[in-house]
Design a protein around this ligand. Sequence first.
Ligand code: NAD
Length: 429
Amino acid sequence: MKISIIGAGYVGLSTALGLAHHGHSCICVDRNEKKVNDINKGIPPFYEEDVADSLKEALDKKLIFATTDYTHAVQNSDITFICVGTPSKVDGSIDLSQITNAAQSIATAMKNKNSYHVVCIKSTVLPGTAEGVFKKWLENESGKKAGIDFGLAMSPEFLREGFAVQDFLSPDRIVIGELDKRSGDALEKLYTDFNAPIMRTSLKTAEMIKYASNAFLATKVTFINELGNLCKKLGIDVYEVARGMGYDKRIAPHFLNAGCGFGGSCFPKDVSALVSLFKKEHENSDVLDAVLKSNTAQKKKIVEILKNKIDPAGKKIAVLGLAFKENTDDVRDSVAIDVIKELKKHSANVYAYDPMANGNMKKIFPDITYADTPTEALKDADACLIMAAWGEFAELADSDFAVMNNKIIIEGRKILDRTQVSGIEGVCW
Ligand code: NAD
């Protein structure tokens, strides 16, 4: 099928590459011209292990093309996916400005298209957005009627950064929210080759499934973090407890890795947006309020542990791992940001290292020192904080830490090899 995708970020480009892998022809539209040119040259706009190869494969087969031209994209496709960002506003509510702009541009492009066209939101938007606001924007601007002249659907994305294309190609489920049966049928046909259960729902149910899933996972992480804090006091290994829990099919082992709190481009903003919706509807959000409060406290723990050992003022502190998690260069809402801010507040000299995210973190903190290797960051350091579970940190041994001035190692994520490194303290182990 012919597909256009608005927003060539982590979700948009991964969607395009996944669909191209299944032989569909994809046009990516992005407002960022550099991104568009890079994609056409085979340069991935972000780091993900499989993306460079998948992009090369799709370009070689002429199944992907990037442009800034909406009209070309809509005219030459049957389905348009919206994959633009939906960040948080300062008050935690959702910022729909990228969606509004995309809707206007698609509607203008649809004006002159005579055949039926499906518009499907893949961005994470609150229940009621597709039918309540997005439909009106499209109808007003295009002069066409949703469900008759064009189709409207909402199919949330559940991929994990670090495994984006892989996850897109092997989803646990595909959720298709539809305004009209015809658009649902078109999407189901697109996903025919995917080996996953397909669930068809209303638009607002699909929107809620995404929020419910992320809020539940954030709650699970927060639960194990708090339990980890207690286990540490009692001399119990929370990872062993989690393993024991995870064998229970009702619980499952995923998202039970205790640590320094959740960050990233999805959990914090999605939980905050859902809480805003609870408040707007005058319903209690006690569980999710507690999740956000607990996570804020958890993010502070690693520097508190450090301060109990040394006064960070004037000390060299190595921060290993800047991305919000391993295998990505994405630093959006990374816990490392909170930690570096806190270290700077205490006048520490921060030496930061990440295998892939130094460049992105430099845009946020241009005034700290970035190292090209863990050893460079560790040299003469008074303490080391591990903030992301990159595989290469598992290779570090006592000999690597021997270059430190003072061997204080605090893990925010459990990754160091205990048989190779001694004297490690964890946030909650
Ligand atoms: P992103 O910021 O990486 O990508 C968004 C892209 O959209 C950018 O390239 C931006 O230039 C482009 N853009 C913005 N407005 C545009 C417009 N009007 N026209 C054309 N291009 C425009 O965001 P992302 O991480 O890919 O997330 C996209 C959506 O998917 C969000 O709603 C997010 O919550 C959701 N989501 C993200 C993930 C994830 O792991 N990143 C997973 C599931 C769902």
